[in-house]
Design a protein around this ligand. Structure first.
Ligand SMILES: C[S@@+](CC[C@H](N)C(=O)[O-])C[C@H]1O[C@@H](n2cnc3c(N)ncnc32)[C@H](O)[C@@H]1O
Length: 285
């Protein structure tokens, strides 16, 4: 049923069967696990989109979204509502300190012509731009080029990331020097990342469950924080194994503290730093 009145009335409670099918669809397609406690989050996201479409029946909407390929466009919009996109510049300072040391080490290496960086689950861009700022600061006096590949499943988040426009509130904790070096004011409350830095970051839609389809190899730094945390433990390990394959020898993989507990891989060793969770890829003998 589609009536105008419905769009302003609250949607009915999602029943347990409906909840089960929505959470299964979401986990199958994105890896994100919605626990019972987060049912309200799921219901709010699905409900908000249904209200925009003037729909009131979870089952009808589910069938429309689940049908592939006709539902693909609608799924692409919905996934943006159902994923947590919270992020900020230099979100976990200890991890960025580690990355800074890594860039300093690379800057000293002779014959190094480029550094490839990958931000996995980059959301609206704050993370890849933070990595690019650090790389620019540490490598500007060298001949070494750097490029950042930034990927996410959400097309709308990537559109916002490419626009690179942020409110002053988002930049509260950025130093004045970085604000001057890397941002231009657009008006009283919004800033945009300078073109020189934007040009270093290439955004692309990649689902980490489909890494086999993505061409990123030989990465010097893979930065993947606050994404695996929403996945089941076995899936986190599976994805980490695939990310290790994409690292160059000597490359650094940085994830979030506590995001995986008992994962080991013969090709990497843990960086000895209790404030971060990072691994270095061994260099072959
Ligand atoms: C909480 S944000 C983390 C952003 C950033 N990495 C940080 O730490 O601030 C999680 C991001 O992961 C993305 N995401 C969720 N599932 C994904 C998947 N299967 N493949 C790629 N990205 C995914 C979401 O769209 C969201 O932008």
């Amino acid at each position: 049923m589609m009536t105008k009145e419905w769009s302003i009335q609250p949607l009915p409670e999602m029943d347990q069967d409906q909840f089960a099918q929505w959470r299964t669809l979401l986990e199958d397609r994105t890896g994100m696990r919605i626990t019972e406690q987060r049912k309200v989050f799921l219901q709010t996201g699905v409900g908000a989109r249904m209200r925009e479409l003037g729909l009131n029946d979870y089952q009808n909407y589910y069938e429309r979204v689940a049908e592939n390929p006709p539902g693909a466009m609608e799924w692409a919009l919905l996934v943006d509502r159902l994923t947590v996109q919270e992020t900020s510049f230099f979100r976990h300072p200890a991890s960025y300190d580690l990355v800074q040391k890594f860039f300093r080490e690379k800057a000293k290496q002779k014959n190094r012509s480029a550094i490839e960086i990958w931000s996995v689950g980059c959301s609206t861009g704050e993370e890849p731009y933070s990595l690019a700022m650090l790389a620019q600061e540490e490598l500007e006096k060298t001949d070494c080029y750097f490029g950042v590949t930034a990927t996410d499943i959400s097309a709308p988040a990537l559109t916002r990331a490419r626009q690179a426009t942020y409110s002053g509130r988002k930049l509260e904790f950025i130093s004045m020097k970085r604000l001057n070096d890397f941002f231009v004011p657009l008006d009283e409350s919004r800033y945009q990342v300078v073109n020189e830095l934007r040009d270093r970051v290439c955004f692309s839609q990649v689902n980490v469950l489909e890494l086999a389809k993505s061409p990123m190899y030989g990465m010097d730094l893979i930065y993947c924080q606050n994404l695996l945390i929403y996945f089941r433990r076995w899936r986190r390990k599976e994805i980490l194994n695939l990310l290790v394959e994409r690292l160059a020898p000597g490359g650094l993989l940085v994830i979030g503290l506590g995001e995986v507990v008992d994962w080991i891989h013969p090709d990497v060793e843990r960086v000895d730093d209790s404030d971060t969770l990072a691994f270095r890829k061994r260099v072959g003998e």
